[in-house]
Write a protein that binds this ligand. Sequence first.
Ligand code: HSE
Length: 303
Amino acid sequence: MSVISTVTVKVPATTANLGPGFDCIGAALKLYNEFKFTKNEGGLIIQVSGTEAEKVQTDESNLLYQAFVRLYEHIKQTPPSVKIEIKLGVPLARGLGSSATAIVGGLVAANELALSPLSELQVMELAIAMEGHPDNVVPALLGGCRLAATSRTGWEICDLTWHRDIVPVVAIPDFELSTSEARRVLPTEVSRADAIFNASHLALLLRGLATSREEWLRAALQDKLHQPYRQALIPGYDDVNVAAVAAGAYGMVISGAGPTLLALTDAAQAKTVVTAMAEAWQQAGITSIVRSLPIDMQGAVIL
Ligand code: HSE
């Protein structure tokens, strides 16, 4: 049996929820973290470079390492001692799925070093269990835009058509918002009217994404389950929203749990939308990086 001593996994950022698809829909974006695992005899070493490297834990509490260990626990084997080199491109705690990249990266790397005892579906189920919701880890693993729904026995994953004319623009502020804080502000129960609002708007969104039909997209990017409660956690939200729509975006939503804001637009308006969102946030006193990011179709890849 061949032995693998090193593996490098590249995992895309993700934008979850897309407005009305709270906790069930997400898309992978062309922005990446890269994780190299090398078996070594000398105990755990974690080296980090790239965006915000100084913020990453370099001991056993590191989420990437915890996911790595989790897979070995699942297959009832002792994890090998490893050196991990992390190259960060995805900013942390911004609503772009940085935790999902770590969970997926650690699980995929461990599965590869353990000579693939788990199928992709089993890796995905472990990733969802670790993250607690599927909408970041599923597109991070599989790429594209994905809907995840529970079935009687597990999960049904559906790949959604993202029309090539629809351009995602992300506006990433220089402050963090933890997912747990952004989930704490949500109510545990919602009204029937709000449930119907979201069911209808999510269905409309799926058709809007598939067709790029403007009026459907303009109406679809609305939500009553999470955004109304989270907007107050994101200073400048209203200003950036107004600016994005005035510049030609179909609409704007919170990316994942925030604070990154995501506008959808077309190629002709993309530059204007980028500039308008950046200026609106600057006027609100917030530094941001605003850019269009295409959809990643590959998901996690072993290099
Ligand atoms: N669906 C999740 C949320 C994504 O909005 O809380 C954050 O990881």
